[in-house]
Design a protein around this ligand. Sequence first.
Ligand SMILES: C[S@@+](CC[C@H](N)C(=O)[O-])C[C@H]1O[C@@H](n2cnc3c(N)ncnc32)[C@H](O)[C@@H]1O
Length: 199
Amino acid sequence: MKTYRDHYFLKAKQENYPARSVYKLKEMNARFKLFKTGMKVLDLGAAPGSWTLFAAEKVGENGLVLACDLQQTETAFPENVRFLQEDVFERTEEFEKLLQELGPFDMVISDMAPRTTGTKFTDQTRSLELCLESVIVAQKYLKKGGNFITKIFMGPDFQDLVKAMRPIFATVKTFKPQSSRSESKEIFEIGLGFLSEKE
Ligand SMILES: C[S@@+](CC[C@H](N)C(=O)[O-])C[C@H]1O[C@@H](n2cnc3c(N)ncnc32)[C@H](O)[C@@H]1O
C-alpha cells in the first residue's frame, strides 16, 4: 500500500492532529465562516478525530462536540467532546437519547467514508448512501439556520445528494479543498441555513 507523506500529512503530525483531513475542514471554515464559540456540533464519522479536535477548539469551552464513528479512537479529546462508537445507520437508543438531550445542533459535519473496495461504482454508491443518511440525521437534529457539511465520492448519482439538500437549505455549495488530493474523487457538499419545518 502506498504511504502518503505529503505536506499536509507532515503538518498534521507537527500540529498534533491525528489526520491530515483537518486541513479540509479548516479550508471550509475559512471560506464559509462556519464555526463560532459556544456552538453545538455533531460530527459523524469522526475517527481518528482531527475534525473533532478542530471543532472543539473553535467552539471553545462553552460549546460542545458530539462525535461518533464505527471505530474507536485513541485520540485524547478535551472536555467539551463526547465520543461514541456508533454506526450512523443503526443508531443505538443511547445515541438517539444523547442527540435529543444535547441537540438541536448548530452544525452537523460528516466526513464519513465507506471502506473502499477498489470498485469505483460500489464505492460511489456506498458513499452516496452515507451522505443521504447524514442528510436524514441533519434534518432531524439541526437547528433552524444551522449548517451542514457532507463528503461524497463524486459519481453519476451525485445529483441525488444535491436534490436531497436543495429543499432543506437556503444555499447549497460544492467545495473541493486544496488539501484534498487531486486524484481523490471526494468533494464536499455544504448546506447553509437549514430551513427547519419544526416551528
Ligand atoms: C475519513 S475518516 C474520518 C476522518 C475524521 N474526520 C478525522 O478528521 O479524523 C471516515 C470515517 O467514517 C467512518 N464511517 C464509515 N461508515 C460509518 C458509519 N456507518 N457510521 C459511523 N462512521 C462511519 C469510518 O469508520 C472512518 O473512521
